[in-house]
Design a protein around this ligand. Structure first.
Ligand code: ATP
Length: 362
């Protein structure tokens, strides 16, 4: 039985439908991320699970029990928000102790649990500090400890890392993942940051305008997006427009508007209408890291390889971002290294494999 089940959840604010009848199962011990652009309904979904918001239609179950009329404090949850939600007039110890005393946990047990939680978030020694005496990262660690100390059935995290700088965000992301796996606590994490979702999650739920676009592992979402929205929301891409010349079970031949002949994989058709035939207009998408650049001489065997000219080169430290014009088609490539002789104007071959290209009927 899933830890959380949402059935047909529908929620409207005025005339604005923010949850359009969503269904979602969250398995025990998994870290599930709700990912999507601002306003797509992530926080609303979390608030519905937490009990801060009632739905107009549908049901929410936690551990098999219907929760629709159960208030938040009876749902056995730990929550962490984007803004620091610690009590400012209490020390770290008092912040952690607060929830435990509400739960009427006996004193010796409280002490033991607080010590354990402080160890988990690597904050031992800072028990006497006030929130104002700590950095943003430290405060979020305490907020996580406070959520965990009550040993919740569910841990709900609403963009907990958004207010931190990039380095700290990365550090805490790794910490949260480690902690979550160590404790095995079922966790729902809201974010609009695709990298955060890919690196943290067991499964990702991509949301758009109150609907679920796709649910899958990070690999499934990145490699096999079901819709154009998911493809665009996760990662970068180059788009080409073309017409299907021929199609069989193994491959689809497309001629782009600029005259390139490209070969695509019939398994990679996105969208609702996946039946293609010769003459159909399509959009082709390919991610920059899937495009490799070669000298003519050392070109490996690729399903697609076209001669072009470098039009832009940007050094990113760990990789190069290179734009290549293939008979007028501007293609973005991300390469770990480039030939030192290459510069803007150099002739190169850009290549990729058919399964790396996604397509959708126009
Ligand atoms: P963000 O990343 O910006 O937090 P989100 O995906 O979490 O976005 P929600 O907070 O769930 O989005 O909001 C979904 C929609 O519902 C938005 O259009 C928002 O303006 C609207 N909304 C949320 N709460 C309320 C409310 N209490 N009253 C009216 N409209 C609301």
């Amino acid at each position: 039985m899933p830890d959380v089940e949402i059935r047909g959840a529908y929620k409207k604010f005025g005339s604005n439908v923010v949850l359009n009848g969503i269904d979602l199962d969250i398995q025990q011990g998994e870290l599930l991320t709700l990912l999507g652009p601002s306003g797509c309904g992530k926080t609303t979904t979390l608030n519905v699970i937490a009990g801060f918001l009632d739905i107009d239609q549908g049901e929410v179950y936690i551990k098999g029990k219907k929760m629709n009329k159960v208030p938040p404090y009876k749902r056995d949850l730990g929550m962490v928000f984007q803004t620091y939600s610690l009590f400012p007039h209490m020390t770290v110890y008092e912040n952690l102790n607060f929830g435990l005393s509400l739960h009427k946990v006996e004193k010796a047990e409280r002490k033991r649990r607080i010590a354990y939680a402080m160890e988990l978030v690597k904050m031992v020694g800072l028990e006497g500090r006030y929130p104002r005496e700590m950095s943003g990262g430290q405060r979020q660690r305490v907020a996580i400890a406070r959520a965990l100390v009550v040993q919740p059935k569910l841990l709900l995290l609403d963009e907990p890392l958004s207010n931190l700088d990039a380095k700290l965000r990365h550090e805490l992301r790794i910490e949260i993942k480690r902690l979550q796996k160590e404790l095995g606590v079922t966790t729902i994490f809201v974010t609009h940051d695709q990298e955060e979702a890919l690196s943290l999650s067991d499964r990702i739920v991509v949301m758009n305008k109150g609907n679920i676009e796709q649910i899958g592992t990070p690999g499934e979402i990145y490699q096999h997006p079901k819709t154009e929205f998911v493809f665009h929301f996760i990662g970068k891409s180059t788009r080409m427009d073309g017409v299907v010349k021929s199609i069989d079970r193994q491959s689809i031949q497309v001629q782009t508007q600029t005259g390139l002949q490209v070969s695509a994989d019939p398994n990679n058709i996105m969208g609702e209408d996946r039946r293609l035939q010769a003459g159909d207009e399509v959009k082709l998408y390919i991610r920059p890291e899937k495009i490799s650049l070669h000298m003519a001489a050392d070109q490996p065997s690729l399903d697609n390889a076209h001669k072009g000219m470098i039009t832009q080169m940007n050094y990113l430290g760990s990789a190069w971002e290179v734009e290549v014009s293939l008979s007028g088609e501007a293609i973005q490539s991300l390469c770990p290294a480039v030939n030192p002789a290459w510069s803007v104007g150099s002739e190169v071959y850009a290549g990729w494999q058919s399964p790396d290209m996604m397509l959708i009927k126009k």
